[in-house]
Design a protein around this ligand. Structure first.
Ligand code: MN
Length: 439
């Protein structure tokens, strides 16, 4: 057999294995909740609109190896089905399909359709073969005023040979617009965001579970932290606990930044060997049933903070606790943001918080939703930080090259904040006692 033919045979085999996999439906959220979400979307959407949600594309890593598949978050929110090749069509006014009215249609390959039917995961709509999409879409798009699209996040491809970005989706939209000049094409993600920004009890449970295993990972990493250990040893301990307890992975690449890396907000190389006298920032989150945790703890590598590090840490902790106390429905996001900056400035570190103090957390680590006023049912992070560059001569040497961030996930409850990650240690005494305990 030529090497080409054996390669093709191998490729066919891997394709066959892929097809034989049972479609994955996230197990933590009941199918009744997905039905409710679709009903709420139908009620929210304009009756003259048509909404289309499309699976994420698989991403090639190299050759025929792909990155782990992650479903597009809006389609995941509306169906719970984590498979490529799906299209969800939502027609609030209804359309005639084979003589019967339908408002929700899911287009998918036969094998997946069989499993979805067995799992009763789409009983409020019609399940149709992928080839039917074109036919049904063409029959309704001419009489539609608004087309709302949400698909794989593919804003542009860099055409580096010609030094220009290529906006593929824009091109696709322009073609459609040329065919239907009166059609308004909008972003369906903004509409779904209005549902996603409030978390149901089942979603809060999923986030709590993601936080619980993240906390176990942090405790494990804390115990192993010592001078001479590499950042990746802590990463391994963190992710070991997450995966061991059923997490599907991490919601984002684990950040384990020691010494100078503690200043790099999205540092995820994690290759450095940690030294005595430094701090290490661990910003991590497990993914459970599609939902992500987002927790940061900062440790003294040796198990004891220096005097300067202790002062920075105590300031960040004090600011974090104050912001958490402020949280309740009706409070403006801008007021918690400005209060945090004001306190950090007053403590002697003006302008040294180089990022926002809070964001939504959910299916996406940086989840969707408005950021104007806090409302009951939102889940947000509270993550002040202070970062003093090595070159910052307005501070004495002991402060320089040190970054501290403390981040918890908080439910905006009726009477105030419910800290979902409250049992992950952050007070100085516990941090110092537990760091390096298993050295
Ligand atoms: Mn965060």
């Amino acid at each position: 057999m030529s090497s080409y033919r054996s390669r093709m045979a191998l490729r066919f085999l891997s394709l066959a294995l892929l097809i034989a996999q049972v479609p994955e439906v996230w197990c933590g959220i009941p199918s009744s909740e997905f039905r409710e979400r679709r009903a709420r979307l139908l009620a929210l959407a304009d009756t003259d609109a048509v909404l289309v949600f499309r699976s994420a594309n698989g991403q090639t890593r190299s050759g025929d190896v792909t990155y782990p598949f992650r479903q597009e978050s809006n389609l995941l929110y509306l169906t719970g089905i984590s498979e490529p090749g799906l299209t969800l069509l939502v027609i609030p006014r209804g359309a005639d399909v084979d003589g019967k009215a339908a408002r929700l249609m899911l287009f998918c390959p036969d094998d997946i359709a069989t499993s979805i039917k067995e799992m009763k995961a789409f009983e409020d709509g019609r399940i149709l073969g992928p080839a039917r999409f074109r036919q049904i879409f063409d029959s309704i798009v001419g009489s539609t005023r608004q087309l709302m699209l949400s698909g794989a996040n593919l804003p542009f491809v860099e055409d580096w040979l010609n030094d220009r970005p290529m906006f593929l989706e824009q091109e696709a939209r322009q073609r459609l617009q040329g065919k239907y000049p009166d059609l308004k094409i909008r972003n369906a993600a903004l509409l779904v965001a209005r549902l996603r920004e409030f978390k149901s009890p089942a979603e809060i449970d999923a986030i709590r579970e993601a936080i619980r295993v993240t906390g176990d990972g942090i405790r494990h990493a804390m115990a192993l932290c010592r001078p001479g250990a590499a950042e990746y040893e802590l990463q391994a301990a963190l992710e070991y606990e997450m995966v061991r307890q059923g997490a599907t992975g991490t919601g984002f690449p684990s950040i384990v930044g020691s010494g100078p890396n503690s200043l790099i907000l999205h540092y995820d190389r994690n290759r450095r060997v940690m030294e005595d006298g430094e701090v290490v920032v661990m910003d991590v989150g497990a993914e459970m049933d599609g939902y992500s945790a987002d927790i940061t703890r900062t440790l003294p590598v040796s198990g004891t903070f220096t005097e300067e590090q202790r002062r920075v840490y105590a300031t960040v902790l004090h600011v974090q606790e104050e912001v958490i106390r402020m949280i309740r429905p009706g409070v403006r996001w801008s007021s918690i943001e400005s209060r945090a900056r004001e306190m950090i400035g007053a403590a002697g570190f003006p302008g040294r918080m180089t990022h926002g103090v809070s964001h939504h957390v959910g299916l996406d680590t940086h989840d969707v939703g408005e950021m104007d006023t806090l409302r009951e049912g939102m889940v947000i992070t509270v993550e002040p930080g202070i970062y003093i560059e090595a070159s910052d001569t307005s501070f004495s040497a002991g402060y320089r090259g040190c970054g501290v961030r403390i981040e918890d996930d908080v439910l905006v409850g009726k009477d105030g904040a419910v800290v979902l990650s409250s049992n992950i240690p952050k007070d100085i005494e516990t941090i110092e006692t537990r760091t390096g305990r298993d050295r």
